[in-house]
Design a protein around this ligand. Structure first.
Ligand SMILES: Nc1nc2c(c(=O)[nH]1)N[C@H]1C(S)=C(S)[C@@H](COP(=O)(O)O)O[C@H]1N2
Ligand SMILES: [Mo]
Length: 385
């Protein structure tokens, strides 16, 4: 009665092997666990709950967490493909369901595989700034992460016996606990298990080595496969949204431009006054959620100086607003740790030159340890919340 893929022995490759599947599973577990943890950092930096005020130091923290987030996601691609290929014959397992526990275990595979593929596909589309989907990326990527990681925890719980019987010391002693035990490798032509493992590891390593330079200081020139070279763009910095795309060209160049600072003692500054006050210089990276980071030297006015002049109390959160009228990044809320950090500037110069229009002329926010999406450009207003 059992035909086609249901036939015993239908999948003859020696690479459909429980030890290989276990090893790939361990690597994938580490990669997805790391991507999940660093993804939470990114999410809660962008949407801090009321009780959480993110520190402004160390300045490099977000560069590290987000660089690792994107790197582990990219390295997961060959690992996931290899893992799926190694285990796919089990789709035709017979009998399809043995016990209730077995049925539940099989059902949780669906959100696990769907979620894993979805997270990698949408993440890669996002870093390539390609949005073929209708939903809002960050919200969906965040919630699907919880589903995927939940399914992964269940999967690990149901597979830990198999993994321990196939990997590590003492595995022979545990072999009696499961029927999913690696058999000695049959001789034959073609790729060996070791060769397959090496090929998959090499693929993950090459992807990492040719993309990780996008966040590692000084290695920007090594990125062959990353969508972005962090040193290319006007004033040697990439631009995600140009002044034209943001529709701010006329307003940013308007001689009547004013920076308004609200608060108990509100005041305004013309562009010339703002430039004259620009006396602080800091070295800080732009660290995009897409995983690239670019170092730059910024000169501008300390945000804290503006807040003090306006009489804004030290515990206040402020909102820095852009001339851009639409889009999710047109305003940025700044909590006290960042607002009061002397390295947080309304920058008017970049690398010693006036800020390019595409980098936010006449002024942009730059603060340590925050995602690029919060470093709003074309700033014209600061208000107390
Ligand atoms: N007003 C405004 N500011 C913005 C954006 C935007 O779309 N609008 N994009 C942000 C993003 S996603 C990043 S990574 C940085 C990029 O900075 P750069 O283009 O100045 O290098 O600017 C941020 N500031
Ligand atoms: Mo970004």
């Amino acid at each position: 009665m059992r035909r086609g893929p249901f036939r015993p022995g239908a999948f003859s490759s020696r690479l459909h092997d429980p030890r290989l599947a276990s090893l790939l599973g361990i690597w994938l577990g580490v990669a997805f666990g790391t991507a999940f943890a660093t993804g939470l950092v990114s999410h809660f930096m962008q949407h801090p709950p009321g009780w959480l005020q993110w520190p402004s130091r160390p300045a490099w923290l977000y560069r590290l967490t987000q660089g690792v987030h994107v790197a582990t996601g990219l390295a997961s691609v060959p690992l996931l493909l290899a893992k799926l290929w190694t285990v796919y014959p089990r789709l035709w397992e017979w009998p399809p369901v043995r016990t209730v526990a077995h049925a539940l275990e099989r059902i949780t595979i669906i959100p696990l595989i769907a979620g894993a593929i979805f997270q990698l596909a949408t993440g890669i589309a996002n870093i390539a700034q390609w949005y073929p989907f209708r939903f809002f990326f960050t919200v969906t990527h965040y919630w699907v992460a919880w589903i995927t990681i939940g399914a992964l925890v269940v999967h690990i719980a149901t597979k830990i016996v198999v993994v321990r019987a196939n990997v590590g010391r003492g595995r022979a002693g545990r072999a009696g606990l499961t029927d999913r035990v690696s058999q000695p490798e049959p001789a034959g032509d073609g790729l060996s298990r070791r060769g397959f493992g090496l090929a998959v590891g090499t693929a993950a390593g090459v992807i990492t080595a040719t993309t990780a330079g996008q966040f590692v200081p000084g290695l920007g020139g090594t990125v062959l496969l990353a969508p972005r070279r962090p040193d290319l763009g006007p004033q040697h910095l990439p631009v995600n949204r140009t002044a034209v795309a943001a529709g701010v060209l006329a307003l940013a160049r308007d001689p009547g431009y004013r920076l308004t600072v609200g608060g108990p003692r509100p005041f305004t500054l013309s562009a010339a006054e703002l430039f004259a006050l620009s006396r602080a210089t800091v070295d800080l990276p732009i660290t995009c959620v897409e995983g690239w980071a670019a170092d730059a030297t910024w000169t501008g006015v300390r945000l804290v100086d503006l807040l003090e002049r306006a009489g804004i109390p030290a515990g206040a959160t402020v909102r820095v607003e852009s001339l851009e009228t639409r889009g999710g990044y047109r305003a940025s809320e700044v909590d006290p740790p960042h607002a009061r950090d002397p390295r947080t500037l309304l920058a008017t110069r970049l690398g010693g030159e006036p800020l390019d229009l595409d980098h936010g002329y006449p002024a942009r926010l730059i603060a340590p340890n925050r995602p690029g999406v919060l470093q709003t450009k074309w700033v014209h207003r600061v208000v107390m919340l």
